[in-house]
Design a protein around this ligand. Structure first.
Ligand SMILES: Nc1ncnc2c1ncn2[C@@H]1O[C@H](COP(=O)(O)OP(=O)(O)O)[C@@H](O)[C@H]1O
Ligand SMILES: [Mg+2]
Length: 248
């Protein structure tokens, strides 16, 4: 089998807020075409890891390579080019409430492309079709259910056909069935658009549904990186406890 390429390489990452070290000694590769899940108890630094990878927070030290480029050394323009290829779905979905779904998805297309309005319209229709929300195109976020809002935010995250999709707790606040549907949708999109996916979650059911690999964070370091099967065999107390209890 062909060796998978690392699309993201985290090397000796240290993440801090002010003087407080949140994560240290993080070394991990995110491989192409896989779903990698970042796991760990609340407050352990999952979102911080995602933000450092995306350079939304500057790493205190270490490097982040994406598509073979060290993000910590790129110019603003070079970084923008890479960011265009990464779709991000943040924890609260972060749709603009004042405008409708069409306009929400139009934002990244207007910001990052010079496509004419009729092509933008087509792309928005296609992306909403992919998340089964065609009927909601002219509704405001406040008119959508929690699950629909997540799907709309997902449509926006994939507007530019990203190579990598990052999601921070996509199913937070959703009921188990809606959460399972969202996982299925993310997997379908991953296969249809051939994306590499990096997801933060704390739900065991979700991990079993979607994870090819897991990154397990605990007390500021990475306890484990590998498949669920390997994790179960690793005999690591915190990981065994997580799999027994089912969540954090
Ligand atoms: N902007 C910030 N400034 C200072 N501390 C922060 C900030 N964001 C998060 N933290 C702290 O960093 C730690 C990790 O947070 P976070 O990455 O959000 O955890 P998780 O996503 O795993 O729940 C927590 O102790 C949190 O209080
Ligand atoms: Mg978080």
């Amino acid at each position: 089998m062909k060796e998978k390429k690392p699309l993201i390489r985290v090397k000796d990452l240290v993440a801090k807020y002010g003087e407080t070290t949140i994560l240290s000694d993080i070394n991990v590769d995110i491989l192409e075409n896989e779903v990698t899940v970042i796991l760990g108890s609340s407050g352990c630094g999952k979102t911080t890891l995602l933000k450092n990878i995306l350079q939304l927070q500057k790493p205190a030290s270490g490097s982040i390579e994406v598509f073979g480029e060290d993000l910590t050394t790129l110019s603003e323009n070079e970084y923008e080019e890479i960011l265009k290829k990464i779709g991000v779905l943040f924890q609260n979905g972060a749709l603009l409430n004042s405008v409708n779904i069409f306009e929400n998805i139009s934002i990244p297309l207007e910001q990052h492309t010079k496509l004419p309005p009729e092509i933008r319209q087509k792309i928005i229709e296609v992306k909403l079709g992919l998340v089964n929300l065609s009927h909601a195109i002219y509704l405001k976020p406040s008119e959508l259910s929690g699950g629909m809002k997540k799907r709309a935010a997902l449509a926006r995250a994939i507007a530019l056909d990203p190579v990598i999709l990052c999601c921070d707790e996509p199913s937070a606040g959703l009921d188990p069935l809606t959460s399972a549907d969202l996982d299925k949708l993310i997997l379908n999109l991953k296969n249809q658009l051939r994306m590499t996916v990096l997801i933060v979650t704390h739900e065991l059911a979700s991990i079993h549904r979607i994870a090819d690999k897991i990154i397990f964070l605990d007390q500021g370091s990475m306890l484990f990186n590998g498949t669920i099967e390997e994790a179960r065999k690793a005999n690591i107390e915190q990981i065994d406890a997580f799999f027994e209890v089912g969540s954090f």
